[in-house]
Design a protein around this ligand. Structure first.
Ligand code: BG6
Length: 474
């Protein structure tokens, strides 16, 4: 029983999140085809792809969730998870992406994952595509630059809704759909190097993903009437570096570049500021009548990741590079940063929740948030664990701000902490960038037993969930 007051509503979906390519491993098992991640040994931002899978790619084995999922889900259940966000690996279902028939072994694997979740009363939250486009679609079609991808994605999504629609309520169409322009290969399977691509092709790829997302939403409603479909965007509040109106205007432009994805998903049409961007850059999108109709199928909720805020300036002399998560921006001198340079800003989460709610009036789901940090496994009374007070402080402070936003009147339906079990980083492909409540014994050089050890934050999060947020320290 919760005795202290808590702003979190009854039924709030507490849980954790992962993505197939970062946990499953078994990259060539059970009929799975290669995905873009299988050729990104050093991460998805700014590093080159390899010709094929190479032994230094930690994602090929990852944390072997493919064989250990039942035990891992049992650990999530011990923390009291109400929901678990995971992604389905597209190339497990359609190994090449353009196959005529799905791979039954891949489908059966996710049946078993869903069985385990049901056994523990954990609500699945499924990402249809999380940075793992089948490699063949990249090699043969240049990924989302090609309109053909809409049809392949439609077939894939329909297969998932047909198979799991009676068991899965919450669906996300594309992970961080707004990262496409920044990480075209990882996010959009686009094989042409970014500097050779040209904006016309990039924006056309963006349009194709938006249409595919809306089409999946439409199909879900036909095939699985109880489905609730959300978009998923990378959120990053942008602050002006100074009160100079030129800086504020730069912030407005940066905001627009991020918000356009949510605008289209919630309003069903492109906003005027975006059409202006296209005009001024000389981009003419190919938009069919069918595309326009598809886009009107708007989402039920908006989900997003939140790790940090950034600052922006109009002054070229002050434009120093920040170690941002994909999007860039300049460092904010008032904020501390993680070991990877990501600036820590709990209040930014309240700000972004209010901004999204004011703008879209759709229920909001925080589906990623957490601290990537180096952990040290220690022995406490014969039990191996990690004393991760820094992670507890980070999560506590962010969740307090979620509570503040709820008190502001924002409708928040859930929170899934990123990397609830240690996994391979997306940007750097390291295992030493750990987010989990559960330590996984695997190192950056690939050594380790893959054994799991609950960290101090494991019990802390269990208490937060059991008290529906009342145990948070304000
Ligand atoms: C998000 C991605 O950008 O951030 C995840 O959706 C990713 O896949 C997470 O893991 C954290 O980033 P990183 O680079 O620390 O793994």
């Amino acid at each position: 029983m919760t005795t202290k007051t808590t702003p979190f509503p009854e039924g709030f979906l507490w849980g954790g999140a992962t993505a197939a390519n970062q946990v499953e491993g078994a990259y060539n098992v059970g009929g799975k085809g290669l995905s873009v991640q299988d050729v990104l040994p050093h991460g998805g931002i700014g590093s080159a792809r390899s010709a094929g899978p190479t032994p230094d790619n930690l994602k090929l084995e990852a944390i072997d969730f493919y064989h250990r999922f039942a035990d891992d889900i049992a650990l999530f259940a011990r923390m009291g998870f109400k929901t678990y966000r995971f992604s389905i690996a597209w190339s497990r279902i359609y190994p090449n992406g353009d196959d005529a028939e799905p791979n039954e072994e891949g489908l059966a694997f996710y049946d078993r994952v869903l069985d385990e979740l049901e056994k523990h009363g954990i609500e699945p939250l499924v990402t249809i595509s999380h940075y793992e486009t089948p490699l063949h679609l990249s090699d043969a079609y240049d990924g989302w630059v090609s309109r053909d991808l809409i049809g392949f994605y439609e077939t894939y999504a329909r297969t998932l809704f047909d198979r799991y629609g009676s068991r899965v309520t919450y669906w996300l169409t594309f992970n961080e759909i707004n990262s496409l322009l920044h990480a075209p290969f990882m996010s959009g399977g686009i094989s042409t190097p970014k500097d050779m691509l040209g904006e016309q092709a990039l924006y056309q790829a963006m349009h194709h993903e938006l249409v595919a997302s809306a089409r999946a939403t439409r199909i879900a409603r036909e095939v699985a009437p109880n489905a609730r479909v959300g978009c998923m965007v990378l959120s990053m509040p942008v602050y002006p570096l100074t009160p100079d109106p030129a800086d504020v205007l730069t912030v407005m432009d940066a905001d627009h570049a991020n918000l356009v994805y949510g605008d289209v998903h919630t309003r069903g049409t492109y906003p005027g500021y975006f059409l202006r961007t296209l005009r001024e850059r000389g981009i003419e999108l190919e938009i069919t009548d069918q595309d326009r109709e598809d886009l009107t199928h708007t989402v039920d909720f908006v989900s997003f990741s939140y790790y940090m805020s950034v600052a922006e300036t109009a002054d070229p002399a002050k434009k120093v590079a920040g170690a941002g998560n994909i999007m860039g921006g300049v460092p904010n001198p008032t904020l501390a940063a993680s070991e990877w340079g990501w600036q820590i800003d709990p209040v930014g989460l309240r700000i972004v929740l209010n901004q999204f709610w004011d703008r879209w009036q759709k229920p909001l789901f925080i589906v990623e948030n957490g601290l990537g940090a180096k952990d040290e496994l220690v022995d406490v009374d014969g039990v191996k664990t990690v004393i991760d007070d820094y992670r507890i402080a980070y999560l506590n402070d962010h969740l307090v701000q979620v509570g503040e936003a709820i008190a502001d009147g924002v409708e928040v339906i859930g929170y899934t902490s990123w990397g609830c079990i240690d996994l391979v980083s997306a940007s750097t492909a390291q295992l030493s960038k750990r987010y989990g409540f559960i330590y996984v014994d695997r190192n950056d050089d690939g050594t380790g037993t893959l054994e799991r050890f609950p960290k101090k934050s494991f019990d802390w999060y269990a208490e937060v969930i059991a008290t529906n947020g009342a145990s948070l320290t304000r």
